[in-house]
Design a protein around this ligand. Structure first.
Ligand SMILES: *Cc1c(COP(=O)(O)O)cnc(C)c1O
Length: 340
């Protein structure tokens, strides 16, 4: 079995998670009758201090539903230039919701309230699209798992309020952020009108994200999910995996972070390595020295049964997760040492 550091999405459900899935009570969720889905939605909403939740097939779907529910065609969404909603969701923001995007140049994915205020278009000028929504991604994937400061996000919410904008959290890895900064879900939910929380990354479920927000927002989100073909029937079998992950896989995120730090310190001094982006959570981004390409490096790593992903022409990304233990971490380091 190769050591798969390509993403924290590659985790496989554990035997205990599979048992919980098999035992889950189910019903028709489009009729609102799946007890396992309802339990997960209510729990996630309560955790983040919101009225309601919606179980979605993926983080992409949860984000795209949120964008669609918050905006109208021709509106503008403000986000960082590296944002998942812009770069990695198949153009959904533009195609599904008909929105333009104004990109901010943040610090490893993190922008300021002033940058938001400057980016808002004058609503009295008909030349401009109407600025409608700001999206914050915590942790920031392109930022190498960088964590936002909660106070900074509160400032962004104030800027949104001043201009009548909505604020959405792409919380694919919000539990990784909380494992480090010590704030709880209630604190992280508060500044946002809506949030998507991924269950199938570090939390290790096979499928699913939950979108949370007000009752009115989730009612509209439910309609958009149906429109996109995302209304699932006996989905409780999947939601049960998410509930199991909330019960059992949060406290262990620290281990992933420790292993990512171990990779950072072991790889930093290697001759082929220009720099490792400062590791804050479970993502390790290695910048190679000139003359070295990510493609060639990935090929050599693969020969030693280590899988990583290309993050740019000279950047390699590795993500630690549930299925990477200390031995696998050391094996990956040994492979890097022999190549780089
Ligand atoms: C992975 C990810 C998502 C959603 O991904 P899915 O594969 O669709 O679940 C959203 N935002 C960020 C920042 C991500 O890393």
């Amino acid at each position: 079995m190769p050591i798969d550091l390509r993403s924290d999405t590659v985790t496989k459900p554990t035997a205990a998670m599979r048992a919980a899935m098999a035992a889950a009570p189910v019903g028709d969720d489009v009729f609102g009758e799946d007890p396992s889905v309802n339990a997960l939605e209510e729990r996630m909403a309560a955790l983040f201090g919101k009225e309601a939740g919606l179980f979605c097939a993926s983080g992409t779907m949860a984000n795209q539903i949120a964008i669609n529910a918050h905006t109208g065609p021709g509106d503008e969404v403000i986000c960082d230039e590296g944002a998942h909603i812009y770069r990695y969701e198949g153009g959904g923001t533009m195609a599904t919701s008909g929105c333009s995007v104004k990109l901010l140049h943040g610090d490893r994915g993190r922008f300021t309230a002033d940058q938001v205020a400057e980016a808002v278009n004058d609503p009295g000028n008909p030349h401009f699209p109407v600025s409608r929504l700001v999206v914050v991604e915590n942790t920031s994937n392109r930022g190498g798992g960088s964590i936002w400061d909660l106070q900074q996000v509160r400032g962004i919410r104030a800027a949104c309020d001043a201009h009548g904008l909505k604020l959405h959290l792409d919380g694919a890895r919000i539990y990784n952020a909380m494992a480090v900064d010590g704030n709880d879900a209630l604190a992280w939910g508060a500044p946002f009108h809506s949030a998507s929380i991924c269950l199938s990354k570090g939390l290790g479920a096979p499928v699913g994200s939950v979108l949370v927000g007000s009752n009115a927002f989730i009612m509209q989100a439910r309609r958009v999910r149906k429109r996109l073909g995302g209304g699932m029937r006996q989905a409780g079998i999947l939601a049960a995996a998410g509930s199991f992950a909330l019960d059992h896989h949060i406290s262990r995120l620290q281990d992933d972070h420790a292993r990512a730090k171990r990779l950072e310190s072991a790889l930093s001094g290697l001759p082929a390595v220009e720099q490792v982006l400062p590791v804050e959570t479970n993502i390790v981004v290695v910048v190679l020295r000139s003359g070295r390409t990510a493609k060639a490096m990935l090929h050599k790593l693969r020969d030693q049964a280590v899988l990583a992903s290309e993050f740019g022409p000279n950047m390699v990304r590795m993500v630690t997760h549930l299925d990477i233990d200390d031995a696998a971490t050391e094996q990956a380091i040994a492979a890097w040492r022999s190549i780089a």
